[in-house]
Design a protein around this ligand. Structure first.
Ligand code: NAD
Ligand code: DAU
Length: 331
């Protein structure tokens, strides 16, 4: 199988490159990545030199780059995105361009190349806030921030390419991922970075917002399951059934690092903050997948991974420094 993984140098992408190669030794993986602040060849480690891996430095919004990267591929795993909600609130343009227009370019390229499978990685955020409910795949998409709205548009565009052009698209809607190589703008690695430096942890509002935490390895296994067994045109929730208020996650991080809870500092809330994400996972369970990583052990191991990889953490943080200075300055 010849895979194209867009965004293969980002958090989930680099884990997926490793997972695919470990599960399918005969497979080859081509990566198309623009290497924004969030992506780095460092994330690939020794896989960067693996003869089964080919790296193309390019933008998914560039039709030529999309076309040449897709040429000769059997399946596309489309992960490239502007993935951070706060950045999309600070300025929506990059998210709209990459997440919507970029997906359009990849779908067009896939159509031209006649690929056998196009896995579009969407997000649980497309449903909007799950206040008192748990969404199945038929729930309306009521996205509420620029990131999730751009992802909702891309999610529906991907489905339209199945309905209209018979492109064999499958869609996944994963919950909040955690694990090694996550860029330190997201809650877990950012708070590890700051706690290790004894800096205050900026908790938005009361910190009681709920996220469903999915370990990235469980996510990679789910993606391969949907790619191999999913029905074209269908969307699949990837729920972890592991819903936690943010403060519980933050206290676990502090406990693992041996740092005091006095580092917690409540700051101005994120505008339009979705108070809870929650999904039903029956459709994917019917394909034989279920999450395997226990919450506390998985989260503690993740925190330790960041603490043990300080050079990686610092280098990644510095690439996004401009944004952090602006976003957190007056909170
Ligand atoms: P990430 O920000 O860590 O990585 C994104 C990657 O895409 C980077 O390598 C970046 O360089 C690349 N990229 C960005 N713009 C590009 C462009 N225009 N052309 C080519 N490459 C580009 O993101 P992630 O957390 O790994 O998320 C991957 C996907 O999974 C995204 O589509 C995201 O919406 C989705 N998702 C993420 C989570 C999560 O918790 N992280 C949960 C649900 C869904
Ligand atoms: O649910 C899936 C989504 O999960 C993905 O689609 C996104 O790509 C991914 O970034 C993530 O979005 P969140 O907004 O949930 O993740 P984030 O790590 O930014 O925030 C997690 C929670 O922590 C959220 O309730 C906001 C809160 N938070 C976050 C940051 C960065 C804080 O309280 N303070 C912070 O400084």
């Amino acid at each position: 199988m010849r895979y194209l993984i867009t965004g293969g140098c980002g958090f989930i992408g680099c884990n997926m490159v490793r997972f695919v190669l470990s599960q399918q030794p005969e497979a080859s993986v081509r990566i198309l990545d623009r290497l924004t602040y969030a992506g780095s060849l460092d994330n690939l480690g020794e896989e960067a030199d693996d003869p089964r891996v080919e790296f193309i430095h390019g933008d998914i919004c560039d039709p030529e780059a999309a076309r040449s990267a897709t040429d000769g591929c059997d399946a596309i795993i489309h992960l490239a995105a502007e993935s951070h909600v706060d950045r999309s609130i600070f300025g929506a343009e990059a998210a709209v361009r990459t997440n919507f227009e970029g997906t359009f370019r990849m779908l067009e390229a896939a159509r031209d190349a006649g690929v056998q499978r196009f896995l579009h990685v969407s997000t649980d955020e497309v449903y909007g806030a799950a206040e008192g409910v748990s969404f199945d795949e038929d729930a309306p998409l009521l996205a509420r921030n620029p990131y999730s709205a751009s992802k909702a548009g891309a999610d529906r565009l991907a489905r339209a390419y199945w309905v209209t052009y018979d492109l064999p698209v499958v869609i996944t809607r994963p919950a909040n991922n955690y694990g090694p190589y996550q860029y330190p703008e997201k809650l877990v690695p950012l708070f590890v970075y700051r706690a290790l430096r004894d800096e205050p942890l900026p908790v938005y509002g009361d910190g009681m917002q709920v996220r469903d935490w999915l370990h990235v390895e469980d996510h990679c296994r789910a993606m391969l399951t949907v790619l191999e067994h999913g029905v074209p045109g269908e969307a699949y929730n990837i729920a972890a059934h592991n819903e936690r208020p943010n403060l519980e996650t933050i206290r676990l991080i502090l406990d693992e690092l041996g740092k005091p809870e006095s580092l917690i500092q409540h700051v101005t809330d994120r505008p339009g903050h979705d108070v809870r994400y929650s999904m039903k996972g029956d459709r994917l369970a019917a394909l034989g997948w279920e999450p395997q990583t226990p919450w506390e052990a998985g989260m503690r191991a993740t925190v330790r991974w960041f603490a043990d990889n300080l050079t990686w953490l610092e280098t990644a943080y510095q690439r996004g420094r401009d944004f952090f200075e602006k976003w957190y300055a007056n909170r």
